[in-house]
Design a protein around this ligand. Structure first.
Ligand SMILES: Nc1nc2c(ncn2[C@@H]2O[C@H](COP(=O)(O)OP(=O)(O)OP(=O)(O)O)[C@@H](O)[C@H]2O)c(=O)[nH]1
Ligand SMILES: [Mg+2]
Length: 414
């Protein structure tokens, strides 16, 4: 494992202990151990991140501890990165570079890989001359940066790469849009799982998939590491005869770089489109409140602030006392013990079935067209072949009622 000293600015707004702990965990994910830290109160110095006095203190620490890296708790501007790399005897990394490195290691699908490579190149382009042994085009932390003479060539090549990858990604996103449009036509409601990384979103997806009566149950990977999920998975579930879509997506972390948010906009399309948001919170974490705010902030930066939201107080099995929360709908939950799984599905159902009406219809055998329409656009609960036609019990999306109502049969009391 490589070793690093963490440097940070305490600006008075954020909980610095939380922020440093988060940075420590991010570094660990890149096989870097934080062996010391230096915190300066006040504002970020626009030239060197920390002030000159602290820089000298840092030089002493470097001599004593001999770290492989200095890691900054924020994203550094190209100028700050250059000055620090020029002044300090070891390589300087910033928060964004560490996050990018984790993403580069964990990306699996073509789309996720392209999104991360793009974010990486956009980060790199203005910083080419600031890097010492930082990132290069292919590699992550620790690989050689470009030499001075290469700089101009590299700039041109990177600009070309950015354009090429943007075009490639556009093709993938277009296909995805078609899929989303198709679903909208079917009027399937969508529920999106969101939350801080490692909160238990993927586990919750699997728990719900395993509970319902029908699903195309390909479970997703849940792991005890940050950013295990980088792509969006969507699954179809049926609970009490109502079908809906559930999506699991990339987790959030504080100070997520603008490059990454920009690149992941389309991956997060499912969230922007969702009818209901399920915010998964690890209530056993000592920084649960901070992680709650991080998720709320990212959601608001995506323009998703006013959607109906249910907060799951997850990992309740690890807590002695579950706090009461005001101002939001919440349910204590556990993937380990199965606590309140049914309650969560009932909540989902209550929310998404507002737009459905249950009714019985009889379709004459001669009217195959309307039968096809019903099968494609509504949730069929039962179908009985009778002498004068097919009797169907169904849950009909309200916007299709006018097509179906002419065939409605009313039960008569005798
Ligand atoms: N004790 C306990 N552990 C849980 C619970 N839910 C999830 N976990 C564990 O938490 C870790 C992270 O779970 P994931 O479901 O992968 O979390 P995620 O939110 O999808 O994480 P990312 O995809 O990395 O953002 C795994 O080790 C899970 O086994 C729970 O209810 N109780
Ligand atoms: Mg996940």
């Amino acid at each position: 494992m490589k070793k690093a000293i963490l440097i940070a600015i305490q600006n008075g707004y954020e909980n610095i202990e939380y922020s440093l702990e988060e940075m420590k965990n991010l570094a660990k994910e890149c096989d870097i151990e934080i062996i010391g830290r230096l915190v300066q109160k006040g504002k970020i110095n626009p030239k060197t991140y920390i002030g000159s006095g602290k820089l000298d203190e840092l030089l002493v620490d470097i001599k004593l501890d001999n770290p492989d890296y200095i890691i900054c708790n924020d994203e550094l501007s190209p100028l700050m990165l250059k000055n620090l790399n020029d002044y300090l005897p070891c390589e300087v990394l910033d928060r964004s570079l560490v996050i990018l490195d984790i993403f580069l290691r964990h990306a699996k699908t073509k789309e996720a890989k392209l999104e991360i490579e793009l974010a990486h190149l956009r980060y790199l382009l203005p910083r080419l001359s600031s890097l010492r042994d930082g990132f290069d085009r292919q590699g992550g932390i620790g690989s050689k940066g470009p030499g001075e003479t290469q700089l101009e060539l590299d700039r041109r090549k990177i600009s070309g790469d950015i354009l090429r990858k943007e075009r490639e990604l556009l093709g993938i996103h277009k296909m995805k849009k078609v899929q989303i449009e198709k679903r909208k036509k079917k009027n399937l409601q969508t529920v999106a799982l969101v939350g801080y990384t490692n909160a238990g979103k993927s586990s919750t997806m699997n728990t719900l998939l395993n509970y319902v009566t029908y699903s195309n149950a390909k479970t997703v990977k849940a792991e005890n590491r940050l950013f295990a999920t980088l792509e969006t998975s969507v699954r179809y579930l049926e609970y009490q005869n109502i079908g809906f879509l559930l999506s699991d997506t990339v987790g959030f972390v504080s100070k997520l770089s603008t490059h990454l948010i920009h690149s992941f906009h389309e991956t997060l399309a499912e969230v922007k489109d969702a009818d209901l948001i399920i915010h998964v919170l690890d209530i056993s974490n000592e920084f649960a409140l901070e992680q709650f705010s991080v998720t709320m902030n990212v959601l608001s930066s995506l323009g998703v602030s006013n959607k109906k939201t249910l907060v799951l107080l997850n990992k309740a099995d690890l807590c002695d006392n579950i706090p009461k929360v005001s101002g939001v709908d919440y349910i204590p939950f556990s993937n380990k013990t199965g606590l309140n799984v049914k309650e969560v599905l009932d909540y989902i159902l209550n929310h998404i079935s507002e737009d459905y009406e249950s009714l019985s219809v009889r379709i004459p055998y001669s009217d195959a067209k309307i039968l096809n329409f019903i099968i494609e656009n509504t949730n069929v609960i039962s179908k009985v072949y009778e002498n004068d036609g097919i009797s169907v019990e169904l849950m009909c999306p309200r916007r299709f009622l006018s097509r179906v109502i002419p065939y409605q049969i009313y039960s008569t009391l005798s």
